[in-house]
Design a protein around this ligand. Structure first.
Ligand SMILES: O=C(O)CCC(=O)C(=O)O
Length: 298
């Protein structure tokens, strides 16, 4: 049950070296989240280098940052938020501008066969990428919390929506910002979100951290979560950055009907659902085949 403490990490846990995709998919469908230990470990050496090079580049571009509704954006596409008091800069990286278009290692890791076997067991054989990959960086010494939320508040889909696969790039624990999930919450529908420091989030007075299960893990562990699974992560109180990199996969015929980052732009997007259906949103295929659908725009 959502918010219940009866589900433990053991119920969600699988291991890359003895993976049964059907069993992993069944646990995902039941709980809305699983963790596969060591799944993307082999991709890390190059990917971590690319992440750190991107972070150095983003910081060097800070004097060109432009104010946007979500924070500040540098020319490489990095999103900055206000830094906690006493930090050496006044802004910290939230979403780092590294993705499939800037890092070969990031893109290649999206094609990991064992990962796709599990995604196929969840969404079926025809799978496309949704978004170009994302890296949430979380700088040290208090780096931003990402309040508990459902990704469906940001991108609500016509069908089941994307499977998110969030991967730890460094060992991650309670001190540096482990991902928390609420098992079973994927069956709660899309809940009302409010504006928070980290954009759309659930009301923090109602959705306190003790309602969520932290997943402590090592670099290379992959956490799969449903688009409606409540999740988030607390501040990074360590002295090093805590990057995660995220892949998202969906059925090749699925698409976003509401796209938002705040209560205000969500209200506007909700009025545009019919128009969203007419957009060409096709992503790159990672497995299977896309049949022509003449009811959707080319
Ligand atoms: O950086 C994190 O740990 C949280 C990521 C997250 O919640 C998201 O991308 O939706």
């Amino acid at each position: 049950m959502a918010g219940s403490s009866t589900v433990t990490v053991r119920d969600l846990e699988f291991f890359a070296d003895k993976l049964d995709p059907a069993k992993a998919a069944a646990a995902y469908l039941e709980h809305g989240a699983i963790v596969i230990r060591g799944l993307l470990k082999r991709h890390l050496p190059q990917l971590v280098q690319d992440i750190e090079a991107s972070a150095a580049q983003a910081i060097s571009l800070l004097d060109q940052a432009k104010r946007i509704p979500e924070g500040w954006s540098t020319p490489d596409g990095t999103l900055f938020l206000p830094a906690p008091k006493g930090y050496k800069r006044d802004k910290q990286i939230m979403v780092l501008g590294v993705n499939y278009r800037t890092s070969g290692a990031f893109f290649q890791s999206a094609f990991e066969e064992r990962l796709l076997d599990v995604v196929e067991a969840i969404v079926g054989p025809d799978i496309e990428l949704f978004i170009d990959g994302q890296c949430l960086y979380k700088e040290p010494v208090g780096g931003h919390p990402k309040h508990l939320h459902q990704d469906a508040a940001y991108f609500e889909h016509r069908f089941e929506g994307p499977v998110g696969v969030l991967n730890y790039a460094v060992d991650t624990d309670l001190r540096n910002g482990a991902l928390h999930v609420v098992p079973g919450s994927h069956r709660m529908g899309v809940l009302k979100h409010v504006d928070t420091f980290s954009h759309l989030g659930l009301d923090p007075a109602e959705w306190t951290w003790d309602k969520a299960l932290p997943i402590i893990g090592q670099a290379g562990d992959a956490i799969f979560f449903h688009v409606k699974t409540i999740h988030g992560s607390r501040e990074n109180m360590s002295d090093k950055a805590r990057p995660v990199f995220i892949h998202r996969y969906r059925r090749a015929d699925d698409y976003v009907v509401v796209h938002a980052t705040s209560q205000e732009n969500r209200q506007v997007a909700e009025r545009r659902i019919e128009e969203a259906k007419k957009e060409n949103q096709r992503g790159l295929m990672v497995r299977g085949f896309r049949r022509l659908d003449t009811s959707r725009p080319e």
